[in-house]
Design a protein. Structure first.
Ligand code: MTE
Ligand code: MO
Length: 331
């Protein structure tokens, strides 16, 4: 590893930041306004002056590179609409938090930039370093470091400089962040300054100690691809409904969602909602008309399934079924 220093990072807010302005029933807009998108940061917030920024490309490449912002701007620009979701607190990885938004990222393709550095045969994983570091959950690191398989890069991984057509805000990682569409937000490293191509997964607490799920069969699975998830957006919790009522929400996963079902607590079976087909990498609207059978409290639940047949789990996972508690005034 080279010992290069990051660009100057001016800390503007210290400590873990969890700013979640919207609850699930408040993310009704197809594209979340940038000023309503959640902000998560393990070590606080900061800023890098555009003139100070650079990206270093190192490791298993034939031609290591160091790019300024102007040089990055020479690569073809792309935009991609994608769901953006936090995996939740890494100390409580099984608890659903529904910190989710959908935005249009603008930037350049990491694949194009990596190609300029000529990847060597041994490169299998991309390590990404943010300029922020410190202590989290009893582990310390110099830089927030994540990784992803090199084979994923060709799809649509971005070096993003824009959110919803405007320059990235400092809190979202300006001037340049990584964006891995279809992966949990933790993988989209903010204040990006170094990319290392390596033959193995990255060291550091955020790829070893945190963000690794132990599955039922004992296998360890990195928190990369978004699991299938659906949420009820309307009606809002607590709404009194009368008779047949339209229910709407979003569903998403790394793969397209092919089915969303709605059920109540009575366990009288699930009803199939209508789900729109997927555009780009973003969430899919679903809708269903629910006909209540009895007056009184009603708990509606939804569950999604993706194109590989993977189902949203009932409990015990970050993407467990979502519920809305309503009240039926009349049937
Ligand atoms: N450099 C850096 N990048 C980071 C983080 C961080 O703490 N430092 N947090 C990650 C997590 S956990 C999430 S959910 C997303 C949140 O991105 P946002 O704040 O722009 O919505 O950033 C990711 N990228
Ligand atoms: Mo997160």
């Amino acid at each position: 590893m080279s010992e290069s220093e990051p660009p100057r990072f001016e800390v503007t807010k210290a400590g873990t930041v969890r700013d979640i302005p919207l609850r699930p029933h408040e993310v009704g807009e197809r594209i979340t306004p940038a000023d309503r998108v959640f902000t998560l940061a393990h070590f606080g917030l900061g800023r890098i002056a555009a003139a100070d920024w650079f990206l270093s490309i190192e490791g298993q490449v034939e031609r290591p590179l160091r790019l300024t912002l102007a040089e990055l701007g020479q690569f073809p620009r792309v935009a991609i609409e994608a769901v953006h979701q936090c995996a939740g607190n890494p100390l409580q990885p099984d608890i659903p938090t529904r910190r989710v938004a959908a935005v249009v990222w603008g930037g350049v393709r990491l694949a194009d930039v990596l190609e300029a550095a000529r990847p060597a045969a041994g490169g299998k994983f991309v390590w990404a370093d943010g300029a922020d570091g410190g202590e989290f959950g009893g582990s310390a690191c110099a830089f927030f470091r994540k990784d992803l398989p090199l084979e994923r890069v060709g799809e649509d991984v971005l070096l993003a400089t824009e959110m919803n057509g405007r320059a990235l805000a400092d809190r979202h990682g300006a001037p340049v962040r990584l964006v891995v569409p279809g992966f949990y937000g933790t993988n989209s490293v903010k204040w990006l300054w170094r990319i290392t191509l390596a033959d193995r997964r990255a060291n550091g607490p955020f790829t070893t100690r945190f963000y690794n799920d132990t599955l039922a069969d004992g296998q360890v699975s990195p928190v990369w691809a978004l699991g299938p998830e659906s949420i009820i957006v309307t009606p809002a919790p607590g709404t009194r409904i009368a008779g047949a009522t339209g229910i709407t929400g979003w569903a998403w996963a790394d793969r397209p969602i092919v089915s969303v079902e709605i059920g109540d607590d009575g366990g009288e079976g699930w009803e199939e909602a209508t789900v729109e087909s997927r555009h780009a990498r973003t969430w899919q609207l679903w809708r269903h008309v629910w006909r209540p059978r009895a007056t009184g409290p009603l708990v509606l639940r939804c569950r999604a399934r993706d194109s590989a047949g993977v189902a949203q789990p009932e409990t015990g996972r970050r993407n467990a079924w979502h519920a809305a508690e309503l009240f039926v005034a009349s049937v």
